[in-house]
Design a protein around this ligand. Structure first.
Ligand SMILES: NC(=O)C1=CN([C@@H]2O[C@H](COP(=O)(O)OP(=O)(O)OC[C@H]3O[C@@H](n4cnc5c(N)ncnc54)[C@H](OP(=O)(O)O)[C@@H]3O)[C@@H](O)[C@H]2O)C=CC1
Ligand SMILES: CC(=O)C(=O)O
Ligand SMILES: [Mg+2]
Length: 570
């Protein structure tokens, strides 16, 4: 190959493919580098003085544009895309280009953009992650890194990490095993930690542990970004996770919160059990979901009447979400009635892919299902179960769309004046039923919430507004509470505190509209209140290490929250 570019001092252009070169980078963000540093870039909002001081003259067109104007332009541009995936890509590009503007958009337009950066669109993005991949986001730890995970963590540019969201990609939403492409989930969840919970972006670390995938389509996809092998299991899997957990503690200390996300249930429960006493860990699918659904139920009681213990619950889906929610309901019931938890569980029934979980199946059940194996004859279908058990609350956590059929919902409506129906599976295509179905099949009497958002439904001249029962209401505030108190362990009482804090935010005006969750528009104030209650519980339990305890925890939480307005540079 002949020559390189003019002034090719380091030989990057001149080098042949076989020659090694050094990837030089500048260490001070100034001029051209500043414009390409997403954390500091302000685009056309750099002032004249900043353009002088930071060698930006000529690198930008002359016009100045405020952050508000930039926001207006970007929202206008985003709305031009008809396909949600294109909006997602545009948002990811913005995050890579100008972080503060990305968060300003997300915070100011949360109801509009949540479905773009989160469920449902993030699901499609993960399925197509290889094809839409541009620049790496987050940290990838694969089987190839065994023995070197601490070094890999040290490659991450930030030191003071407060929250890690980690997945192994085996159960991405209701979409199954997406292997390494599950990275979209930790990235999305952490963007909500910042936008909804105010945790600094630089303190957030998304991680994907790649142990392979059993998804044949991905293994045969030229664009797949992960290890091209079937999943490691057993000792090989657990050794890698163990090394990861040890490295996290060694590198970041005791107070980094590790959130397990979208692991398959055959690992999720064991990992939570194994690390809950030695690390600051939280499983969002088991615990975060439980906390948000309990909040929704506490609020729903105001509409349907009675106490938690007066109701009968039936779950379709007995995995992480289903059994996690069931256990927290039973715990709250037990606290309120003073009865042992074992006596509260019989009010709650769960079904899995083989039918109702009953005592005669106990021997063959996975450990997390056993507490729910009550005495009852075998029941195969959901309709039969609804007719036989007469639940007042029906909760879908099956990951299977359309399973709340017309017959099932009508049976709920015939047995209850105000049937509570939660279709929690994500993304939208996997929801057990739609909001429209729930309302039409119950003549508008259902108290309905779903995991992914549905628009309001017009029925007989009434606007019925469905709630979004998604752990996104809980984990950002919960994590903030953990961070501001310096809690070193997560306890169930902290989850109950989060549920109560969220349920308290539902006002009479919300109830009047049929809402059992407050709108997301006000989520930062809600998160601050959740954080305050969670922190208060951590102090009460002696688990908080940030001392002395601030008197006003709500004010303190608010004061700790990241705001995305541009800063001025000297
Ligand atoms: N709204 C929210 O905030 C959240 C929603 N979710 C959603 O919940 C869903 C489930 O997640 P998770 O609990 O972690 O998954 P799991 O894989 O742990 O559990 C799924 C459960 O559903 C059962 N199931 C599957 N198909 C059927 C069927 N046709 N009829 C009855 N039961 C069935 C499975 O049965 P078996 O055990 O026999 O295999 C299993 O018990 C996902 O779609 C996820 O997106 C999860 C977390 C939070
Ligand atoms: C919301 C969520 O955590 C899930 O669907 O897995
Ligand atoms: Mg999840």
């Amino acid at each position: 190959m002949e020559g390189g570019g003019v002034g090719d001092a380091y030989g990057e252009d001149r080098a042949t493919e076989e020659q090694l070169i050094t990837p030089w980078a500048f260490s001070v963000a100034s001029g051209y580098t500043l414009l390409r540093d997403p954390r500091h870039n302000k685009g056309l909002a750099f002032s004249e003085a900043e353009r002088d001081a930071h060698y930006l003259r000529g690198l930008l067109p002359p016009a100045l544009a405020s952050q508000e104007l930039q926001e207006k332009k970007l929202m206008h541009n985003l709305r031009q895309y008809e396909r949600p995936l294109h909006r997602y890509i545009a948002m990811m590009d913005l995050q890579e280009r100008n972080e503060r503007l990305f968060y300003k958009l997300l915070i100011d337009n949360v109801e509009e953009l949540l479905p773009v950066v989160y469920t449902p669109t993030v699901g499609e993005a993960c399925q197509k992650y290889g094809s839409i991949y541009r620049r790496p986001q987050g940290l990838y730890i694969s089987l190839k890194d065994k023995g070197k995970i601490l070094e890999v963590l040290k490659n991450w540019p930030e030191r003071s990490i407060q929250v890690i969201v980690v997945t192994d990609g085996e159960r991405i939403l209701g979409l199954g095993d997406l292997g390494c492409q599950g990275m979209g989930i930790p990235v999305g969840k952490l963007s909500l930690y910042t936008a909804l919970g105010g945790v600094r972006p630089s303190a957030c670390l998304p991680i994907t542990i790649d142990v392979g995938t059993n998804n044949e389509a991905l293994l045969n996809d030229d664009f797949y970004i992960g290890l091209r092998q079937r999943r490691a299991t057993g000792e090989e899997y657990h050794e890698l996770v163990e090394e990861f957990m040890a490295a996290v503690k060694q590198n970041y200390g005791e107070k980094v919160l590790t959130q397990f996300e979208d692991f398959a249930n055959h690992n999720a429960f064991d990992l939570l059990e194994k690390y809950r006493e030695s690390h600051l860990v939280f499983n969002d699918d088991i615990q975060g979901t439980a906390s948000v659904v309990l909040a929704g139920l506490l609020a729903a009681l105001k509409v349907v009447g009675g106490t938690l213990a007066d109701h009968t619950y039936l779950f379709l889906g007995a995995g992480e979400a289903g059994t996690g929610i069931a256990e927290l309901i039973a715990l709250e019931m037990s606290k309120h009635t003073g009865s042992p938890i074992e006596e509260c569980r019989p009010k709650i029934w769960l079904m899995d892919s083989r039918g109702l979980i009953v005592a005669s199946r106990k021997e063959s059940l996975q450990a997390f299902k056993k507490p729910w194996a009550h005495e009852h004859g075998a029941v195969e279908t959901l309709l039969e179960a609804v007719r036989s058990l007469k639940p007042t609350v029906l909760i879908g956590t099956s990951g299977k769309g359309g399973t709340f059929t017309k017959d099932v919902v009508e049976a709920m409506a015939s047995q209850n004046e105000r049937p509570v129906v939660f279709a929690l599976s994500n993304p939208t295509s996997h929801s057990e039923c739609t909001a429209e179905q729930a309302y039409t099949w119950t003549e508008g009497r259902a108290v309905f919430a779903s995991g992914s958002p549905f628009p309001a439904v017009e029925l007989d001249g009434r606007a019925l507004v469905p709630g979004q029962s998604n752990n996104a209401y809980i984990f950002p505030g919960f994590g903030l509470g953990v961070v501001i108190s310096g809690a070193i362990r997560v306890r169930d009482d902290m989850l109950l505190a989060a549920s109560e804090a969220l349920a308290e935010q539902v006002t009479e005006a919300h109830y009047a509209k049929g809402l059992i969750f407050p709108p997301f528009t006000n989520i930062r104030a809600i998160s601050a209140r959740i954080a305050a209650k969670v922190a208060a519980k951590a102090y009460e339990l002696g688990l908080a290490s940030r001392l002395p305890r601030p008197d006003d925890l709500v004010k303190y939480a608010e004061s700790c929250m990241y705001t995305p307005t541009y800063r001025s540079y000297r």
